[in-house]
Ligand binder design. Structure first.
Ligand SMILES: Cc1cc2nc3c(=O)[nH]c(=O)nc-3n(C[C@H](O)[C@H](O)[C@H](O)COP(=O)(O)OP(=O)(O)OC[C@H]3O[C@@H](n4cnc5c(N)ncnc54)[C@H](O)[C@@H]3O)c2cc1C
Length: 412
């Protein structure tokens, strides 16, 4: 299995969110065999949304080989966007115009759903509505972005094209063009996931940790999970929410694990006022992205590299920090960024920017959730909606968009 490592070499030696308050999630060791309606493997943000939804009407067990939230959730910079890594116009070329429109609209609804859940559950995770500024770059220039904004507007998405002059006047940013969109958000992903797990626990869900699931075997009535404890878990339904630590035997067609880097400044970073309410990213490869946190930290990341292990390289972490800082300086020359936290992690990508969510081929009663791309958390929400519908014997109208390509490999 591939692991996400969060590098720890700066002052605090931790990812930014590791020092958030409110991360406590009661866990228990597995000291006897258990039987539940739904077993969820993975106590990250995907497992948390899944447990939150399914615990409404099922007995749920969440199992993790580590304490909750210690996977990629802790590394996430948590730009909560409906804009997919691949523009609508480019996605249409890959999956057809109608499907691409559905994917964009579904992501838009998912960010709204996330906001609704946070409000209804009174979750304190620094969630803030944000506009998003998508800057022309080396992958998509101003003409492509103008066409993209028009394509989005045609299906009712609130995206507006800004030419270079408008961009300069409103944001003081020098680029050939940009798309300004409303409806996104940002927050603390670890506090969000912890609170969702606790809400699920209040409805009877249990979080078992440390428990490593070594093997899962399905039969007509359910699934038996063999663990690294002496005890098995029996479940009517099983959902793998293992992030980028893909379960052995679960097919991951089209998925690639890459490395990515992120940094945060000290609190109360001096920044242009507009940045407090704006997520910034660029149509470049690799792309730079940035946003403010609730305490006035500037969080900035990018420099993705097509290697599953590069994020473990300490010397590279230093170099990447320098590159990201230099790019930030070019974009916002007046921002004097000083790194307080710096970390790196593994990150899953797919050719379409869409995740794999769906039944595991060759197994009954088993689903896998793999939220690829910069919208991983938005996809965690969508996954909880799609899988919960199917566990309940219903069908989600967009499930086909996220189905892994057919493969006859089975989980073992
Ligand atoms: C640096 C970085 C920046 C990112 N920025 C953004 C962003 O701005 N916006 C966004 O939406 N997304 C972002 N992402 C992606 C997002 O963080 C992920 O999509 C999300 O965290 C995935 O959550 P998860 O719960 O699926 O996985 P994880 O948080 O990785 O959780 C998986 C859990 O499964 C457990 N597990 C795995 N295998 C087993 C097993 N066999 N037995 C028991 N337990 C097991 C692991 O221990 C882990 O706790 C970013 C990711 C990184 C690394």
């Amino acid at each position: 299995m591939t692991g996400t490592t969060i590098k720890r070499d700066l002052r605090t030696g931790r990812s930014l969110w590791a020092d958030s308050p409110g991360l406590g999630v009661p866990v228990r060791p597995l000291t006897a065999a258990i039987s539940v309606d739904v077993a969820i493997v993975g106590a990250g943000v995907s497992g948390a949304f899944m447990a939150h939804e399914l615990s409404k009407d099922h007995a749920v067990a969440v199992l993790d080989r580590r304490p909750p939230l210690m996977g990629s959730t802790l590394a996430s910079t948590a730009l909560l966007q409906w804009e997919i890594d691949l523009p609508l116009t480019a996605l249409a070329k890959k999956i057809g115009a109608a499907n691409a429109r559905r994917a964009y609209l579904r992501s838009r609804q998912a960010v709204d759903a996330l906001k609704r859940i946070v409000a209804e559950e009174r979750i304190v995770c620094g969630l803030k509505d944000k506009t998003s500024l998508y800057l022309a770059g080396d992958e998509y220039g101003h003409r492509a972005l103008e066409a993209e904004a028009a394509a989005r507007a045609e299906i009712g998405l609130d995206s507006r094209y800004l030419d270079a002059a408008a961009l300069r006047e409103r944001f003081g940013v020098e680029r050939t063009g940009a798309i300004l969109s409303s409806g996104s958000a940002s927050g603390d992903p670890a506090r969000l996931a912890a609170a969702l797990l606790r809400r699920a626990q209040a409805r009877g869900a249990r979080v078992w940790s440390p428990v490593e699931v070594l093997k899962a075997v399905s039969d007509p009535d359910g699934v038996t999970l063999l663990t690294d404890t002496d005890h098995v878990v029996r479940a009517r339904s099983l959902v793998f929410c293992c992030g980028y630590e893909f379960p052995k035997g679960v097919p991951t067609p089209g998925a690639e694990i890459i490395s990515t880097w992120a940094m945060a400044s000290k609190p109360r970073q001096r920044c242009p006022a507009w940045l407090r309410s704006t997520l910034v990213w660029e149509a470049s490869d690799p792309y730079l992205y940035l946003r403010m946190g609730g305490d006035g930290r500037l969080i900035v990341g990018g420099e993705d590299e097509a290697s599953a292990d590069a994020h473990e390289d300490k010397a590279k972490l230093k170099r990447k920090r320098e590159v990201i800082t230099a790019k930030l300086r070019r974009l916002l020359p007046d921002v004097a960024f000083e790194t307080d936290y710096g970390w790196a992690g593994a990150f899953g990508e797919s050719a379409t920017g869409l995740p794999n969510i769906g039944p595991v081929m060759g197994m009954d009663h088993t689903w896998a959730v793999m939220g690829f791309g910069g919208n991983g958390i938005t996809y965690s929400v969508i996954a909880s909606q799609i899988v919960a519908a199917e566990v309940r014997g219903k069908t989600d109208p967009d499930a086909d968009l996220y189905r892994p390509a057919k493969s006859d490999a089975g989980a073992a």
